[in-house]
Design a protein around this ligand. Structure first.
Ligand SMILES: [Zn+2]
Length: 107
């Protein structure tokens, strides 16, 4: 067996040890397990994407000035025309909104 595969095996063993340790931690402290919104936020943080907030466009990632769209127009673009649907994006700049509106227009 070469040094390289030996080293790889050690790394695999380490991964297994880490996974087992984490499993044990979860069993001892199930309250520390995060899920749902909390997990989403954590994954967001790890992927280094900023948390959604007002005046930060979720489509292009740029700050934008305060603006508003007519409710019907917003619903048509962001909710597929159905008021009860969830917004596809909560915060978008006027530019992306217009681009999305143009893209979603039926031929
Ligand atoms: Zn944008």
């Amino acid at each position: 067996m070469s040094d390289r595969s030996e080293r790889q095996r050690c790394e695999d063993d380490d991964d297994i040890k880490i996974a087992n340790k984490r499993l044990l931690e979860i069993q001892e402290h199930p309250e520390s397990v995060i899920s749902g919104k909390e997990l989403e936020r954590e994954l967001e943080r790890l992927s280094e994407r900023p948390e959604p907030r007002e005046l930060l466009c979720q489509m292009c990632g740029r700050d934008y000035p305060t603006w508003s769209a007519d409710n019907d127009l917003w619903n048509a673009v962001m909710r597929g025309g159905v008021r009860g649907n969830a917004d596809e994006y909560d915060f978008v700049c006027p530019t992306c909104f217009v681009l999305k509106a143009a893209g979603s227009r039926k031929p």
